[in-house]
Design a protein. Structure first.
Lengths: 313, 448
């Protein structure tokens, strides 16, 4: 039997789509790191908290278009609180202390989410709220649980939608960072805190803004993940998928997060199927993505798009 | 100074011993190793809620069990093995009374306690799950898995697939994929699935989903490539809805996805939304208000503002019904022991009770549990006793399960060989001296 090209293509497409989902989480990491140099371990729990807030509101009968801004508002308030009560008091501490603070924050949010909501698995069917038939070229609702078969290759409609959303979000972020005054302030802060403050950029406001924006990104990513895998405490583990992504893409680059996500998405699928078959072991994709990241690090220690750190000695 | 300290200490010790609570006469104590928080809380709150509701009902209507009031205390295990073992040590005695048995609803916790339970003479209960060779009561006298074991479960699923195909002979040439959770629990069915297909001339393939199972694209692409007739889902937690959603997204017919005993909760299917419509799963305890005892719990507890479940809509849900079923089995074991040893039984005597269960239809009807609990008859060589199950089908529009089959028996003959081999292995590697179940002294008077 020859090589199954249709299956191979499906695997690549499936990997790319999964990669988009990983990138969505990785972007949150990059934003916080770019603006404050902190590796935000709480990104996964923020994703859970945001998605859970939205789902519980809609389950309680709140209209989608009310639940969405309320959830966004919750994440903005969350961002402001993090800046006020975590970032500001720890502003001059070492990066390790700040990292440990985000570990604490992750555990706190996880507990808080259980206390406020619950720990059950919740489904999210966006099709219940949205009619996006216009997005579909054959006039079928994009969220229906079927698929497009083109040349016998399966492409999930939902994954296409997730890719469109992720692409739009990246475009908005790019415009925000490059063209707006606030975005440029963020970049200035990420380049040099002291210099940014010297030219009158309010550091605390910028940090609050970054955490709020990250919260909103966590909400969007959380909703897409929820549609795909439900809302449960295992969403926190999405963070584990994003780690190799940012190792490859570099902690300071949004394009890096995208490319890293795609590499990991495709790499882990190819590893699971072909390498797994070769060595006779299944379920290797959880560690294989880290293996890919380590190989990349050997050649590009700052990641594909990360900035090289040069220090005088 | 030293004398003063000594006197103060003595006075405090005297005061403490004078006030230390001691359980009253006429009470029996059962520990409750719950998990009300954490990722598996849905299962924990349902299961232990069902047990507590049944015990409360018995205290209310019958003054407890055999005239002894039932007392319990909770310990949060978080579904964590280490915490579960800690709970066992903390709970094995309470206010001077020894625990009658320990039921943690966790493969990890119950398996960790097999040897300790034997040492302490406290039966470890694992309803519908656990270490399969634990069925052999001669080797594992203090370990009970009332209901079905892994091998029953999968042989019953195969029999049901045969039924769907119009007869077991029609399984020939069919392909069955086992999609299993990447854990000891998940892997346990792999070998037996292949054995079943060898017997029925079908082909089988086992595909592992790494824990927790929230990314299954590769696995479902593999399934798409294999083109199986049926996929048997041996999942846990979030792996279940994700399997349904991903499977349907990949074009697999949901009615040909058959769930195992830990893939049959309402909480597994509801998150999958319309994808789950028509999904079928095995059960030992049909959901809904299927028995008189459930109506009684509702009337005497929930309608009076009592009951353990915060959300009343979960009455009749899978885990809650499993809890009520467990409660029925627990107290029946106590009653069986009481019939022989008198009302104030100890844990070794209750172990004998678990080994001599005879929950036939007549007895289940008397208990108001007919329709909820399967017939269970245990003995020294069989600590499972049920070996039968039904199937349910999820109806998305009505958000409920409907019963899809009658009771189907497991292939006990096929599974016995593999259970015996594992038990022999345990005898050799764990230094266990088995009892002789044909010797009345070792069988009926063991430890009592």
């Amino acid at each position: 039997m020859g090589f199954d090209w249709v299956f191979f293509t499906e695997l690549i497409v499936g990997g790319l789509m999964s990669g988009v989902m990983y990138s969505l989480v990785a972007i949150g990491f990059v934003l916080i790191y770019k603006s404050s140099g902190i590796f935000n371990f709480a990104q996964g729990t923020m994703l859970l908290f945001a998605a859970l807030t939205f789902v519980k509101l809609t389950e309680g009968g709140v209209n989608f278009w009310v639940a969405l801004p309320v959830s966004m508002g919750t994440m903005v308030v969350f961002g402001i609180l993090v800046e006020r009560f975590m970032m500001r008091p720890l502003a001059n501490q070492s990066l390790l202390s700040l990292f440990m603070a985000t570990v604490g924050l992750a555990i706190l949010i996880e507990g808080l989410a259980q206390y406020m909501w619950d720990s059950a698995i919740h489904g999210l069917q966006l099709a219940d709220f949205l009619d996006l038939a216009l997005l579909d070229p054959v006039n079928m609702t994009i969220f229906v649980v079927d698929y497009i078969e083109w040349l016998d290759i399966l492409i999930s409609k939902f994954d296409i939608f997730a890719t469109i959303v992720a692409g739009t979000m990246i475009l908005i972020l790019a415009v925000f960072f490059q063209k707006t005054r606030t975005g440029m302030s963020l970049r200035a802060v990420s380049d040099d805190h002291l210099a940014a403050m010297a030219v009158g950029i309010p550091l605390s406001r910028v940090w609050a803004l970054v955490w709020a924006v990250t919260g909103i990104i966590a909400l969007i990513a959380g909703l897409l993940w929820a549609e795909r895998v439900s809302v449960s405490f295992t969403l926190v583990e999405a963070v584990l998928k994003a780690l190799p992504v940012i190792l490859i893409g570099g902690l300071t680059s949004i394009p890096g997060a995208i490319v890293g996500g795609l590499i990991i998405g495709v790499g882990e699928k190819l590893g699971e199927i072909y390498l797994g078959d070769l060595i006779g072991v299944q379920g290797i994709e959880t560690w294989f993505s880290y293996f890919i990241a380590l190989v990349f690090l050997l050649f590009r220690p700052s990641g594909l798009f990360g900035l090289k750190t040069i220090e005088r000695v | 100074m030293k004398t003063k300290l000594w006197i103060t200490g003595l006075a405090m010790a005297t005061a403490m011993s004078a006030t230390a609570p001691v359980m009253a006469e006429g009470e029996v104590y059962i520990p409750m190793p719950v998990y009300r928080v954490g990722p598996y809380a849905t299962g924990g709150t349902g299961y232990f809620g069902g047990i507590i509701d049944y015990y409360t009902l018995m205290n209310m209507t019958e003054g407890g069990v055999g005239g002894m009031k039932i007392i319990w205390n909770e310990c949060e295990t978080n579904y964590n093995d280490q915490k579960g073992v800690e709970c066992y040590h903390r709970q094995k005695e309470f206010q001077g009374k020894q625990a009658l048995f320990f039921d943690p609803l966790s493969v990890g916790i119950s398996t960790s306690l097999v040897a300790q339970g034997r040492k302490d003479k406290i039966a470890i209960i694992a309803v519908n799950h656990g270490r399969t060779e634990g069925q052999r009561g001669d080797v594992f006298p203090y370990y009970f898995m009332p209901g079905i074991n892994t091998y029953d479960e999968h042989s019953i699923i195969t029999a049901y697939i045969g039924e769907l195909e119009g007869g077991m002979e029609n399984l020939a040439g069919k392909k069955i994929v086992l999609l299993f959770h990447g854990s000891t629990y998940g892997r346990e069915a792999v070998e037996f699935t292949h054995m079943l297909c060898e017997k029925h001339n079908c082909s089988s393939e086992a595909i592992e989903v790494p824990h927790p199972g929230n990314e299954q694209t590769s696995q479902w692409l593999k399934i798409r490539r294999s083109k199986p007739d049926y996929v048997v889902l041996r999942g846990w937690g979030v792996m279940n809805p994700v399997a349904m959603q991903t499977g349907v997204r990949m074009g697999f017919p949901i009615s040909n996805l058959i769930g195992n005993i830990w893939s049959n909760d309402d909480g597994d299917v509801k998150p999958a939304g319309s994808s789950a419509n028509g999904y079928q799963a095995i059960t030992t305890h049909p959901t809904g208000r299927v028995a008189k005892v459930i109506d009684e719990i509702v009337a005497k507890l929930y309608d009076q503002g009592q009951g353990d479940l915060e959300d009343k809509s979960r009455i009749g849900s899978n885990y809650w019904n499993l809890g009520v079923m467990a409660g029925v089995i627990h107290l029946e074991a106590v009653r069986v022991a009481q019939a022989r040893f008198g009302a104030d039984v100890n844990s070794a005597q209750v172990r004998w009770g678990f080994e001599n269960l005879n929950l036939d239809t007549a007895r289940l009807t008397e208990l108001g549990a007919n329709g909820l609990v399967p017939e269970i008859k245990t003995n020294c060589m069989d600590h499972v006793g049920g070996h039968q199950a039904k199937f349910m089908r999820w109806v998305y529009a009505e958000t409920k399960w409907e019963v899809a089959s009658d009771w189907i028996d497991g292939d006990v003959e096929l599974s016995q060989a593999i259970i015996d081999a594992k038990a022999e292995n345990a005898i050799e590697n764990e230094g266990i001296t088995p009892r002789d179940c044909n010797d009345p002294a070792q069988r009926d008077d063991f430890d009592v």
